[in-house]
Ligand binder design. Structure first.
Ligand SMILES: *Cc1c(COP(=O)(O)O)cnc(C)c1O
Length: 442
């Protein structure tokens, strides 16, 4: 049965009107996306921007190729982790010099969680014996796996070789407040992801941070799905630690280095175990003993990956031209418009016996920049979408996840993607065997 053409025309008129009113529309041109592709996966790997490509060529040919080792000074490579960190600080409401770009989320979690456990159990100056009482890292059951895995590794290490035990405790999202109330005195660090990667649920950073602080708990936020797409106020919320990656909404490129934030008030007391030379207060003294840098550089470990970080540095400049509140407004508008197109188009077909169900908050303004649907064939549906030029992703076991990166998507993209998705659902194209072949990366 053909889709109601009256409906298609009405939706197209709406999409074009929304495009015309979009204050960020001119940025679409900044990205180098293949023609005819609708990229709804900027939440997993942001696309290449023109300025990032220019820098990639420049850093390889000019800075590395011609400048060789002199570029550490002449192009200030040595300060790049902090230069890039400061750009991320502006985007996350952090003080200047409180964010550093380095390593991955996983590695940065190791540094900050160990530092947090040590800090929480520091001997008070007048007590004779160390009596570690805060051993728990409290997190959410459905947090991103690496966040939980890193605590499990730390738990094994700390419990076998140190006097500071570590214990991962995970609870459901709606039990976090109860767990803080009940176990507050034994919790060292509350580790949460601001926006849930599966369903896009957003935590209230302000209230959870202040509740944890009342119990003497340090708070670490993972900003993987927030940085560059949602307003974040690390300083205003008095957050202790944060980590994030830069290859998602920040468009830094595959495997681009992550970032770490430490509240300036904690930098003096902090001690992180990956005490590499780049975190030394004076690396080029080549001194025998480690003495940490006073500043955020103390989180550095080894030599930074300059090529990747330079590309990220250029990609971040696009955020100087936009305001994070406009980005959030557009992200919610794209998200809501896509959802409404899917609902209206689905309703124009006879009712399905195998429909998609919403696996997130129904209100686009209450979720991160994504929509999630549940279906037992979610993997095959995702593959069928990709086959038709709509890139989304699948998250095991049964989630089809569609991301809305507001820098490079238009409202007509939303309509086209919704038309393709509803057609795939109506025709059950996803039952074809070629869409069931599993790839290593989903
Ligand atoms: C993407 C993501 C990660 C990835 O961690 P890496 O160490 O950068 O690979 C971690 N946590 C969350 C919440 C994520 O969404």
């Amino acid at each position: 049965m053909p889709v109601d053409t009256g409906l298609a025309t009405t939706l197209l008129d709406m999409a074009e009107k929304l495009n015309q009113e979009d204050p960020l529309a001119s940025l679409l041109d900044e990205f180098l996306l293949p023609d005819e592709l609708i990229y709804l996966d900027g939440n997993s790997l942001g696309p290449l921007s023109k300025r990032a490509k220019v820098r990639a060529l420049e850093v390889v040919e000019q800075q590395w190729g011609n400048g060789l080792i002199g570029s550490w000074n002449s192009y200030d490579w040595i300060n790049l982790p902090k230069t890039v960190g400061n750009k991320i600080a502006r985007l996350t409401g952090a003080d200047p010099d409180s964010v550093i770009c380095c390593d991955s989320i996983s590695v940065n979690l190791f540094k900050l969680l160990s530092a947090g456990l040590l800090l929480s159990n520091q001997k008070s100056p007048n007590s004779e014996t160390s009596n570690p009482s805060r051993s728990i890292v409290l997190s959410q059951k459905d947090n991103f796996p690496t966040d939980l895995y890193m605590v499990q590794g730390l738990q094994q290490l700390m419990n076998s070789v140190s006097h500071t035990p570590c214990e991962l405790m995970t609870v459901a999202s709606d039990k976090i407040v109860d767990a803080i109330e009940q176990h507050g005195q034994r919790i060292a660090v509350l580790m949460l992801t601001h926006v849930n990667f599966r369903n896009g649920d957003i935590h209230d950073m302000q209230s959870l941070t202040s509740l944890a602080h009342e119990k003497g708990i340090l708070v670490l936020w993972d900003l993987a799905h927030s940085a560059g797409v949602l307003p974040v106020k690390l300083d205003e919320c008095d957050v202790d630690f944060a980590v994030g990656c830069t290859y998602k909404y920040l468009n830094g490129g595959p495997g681009a280095p992550g970032f770490a934030y430490v509240a300036p008030r904690l930098l003096g007391q902090l001690s992180q175990p990956l005490s590499g030379w780049m975190g030394h207060k004076s690396p080029f003294d080549f001194a025998h003993d480690y003495q940490k840098s006073e500043g955020i550089e103390q989180l550095l470990c080894g030599t930074p990956s300059i090529i990747s970080m330079s590309i990220l540095d250029a990609a971040l400049d696009i955020f100087d031209e936009v305001n994070i509140f406009d980005l959030r407004d557009k992200s919610v508008a794209l998200n809501g418009f896509f959802q409404s197109c899917v609902e209206q188009l689905t309703a124009s077909f006879p009712a399905s016996d195998d429909p998609l169900t919403l696996a997130c908050n129904v209100d686009a303004s209450m979720r991160g920049s994504q929509i999630s649907y549940r279906h037992k064939q979610a993997y095959a549906i995702c593959q069928a979408l990709i086959n038709e030029g709509v890139i989304s992703d699948f998250r095991a076991p049964d989630i089809l996840r569609i991301g809305f990166s507001p820098l490079f998507l238009s409202f007509t993209d939303m309509l086209k993607a919704a038309q393709i998705l509803t057609k795939i659902m109506h025709t059950k194209l996803y039952t074809q065997p070629q869409f069931h072949i599993k790839n290593a990366v989903t």
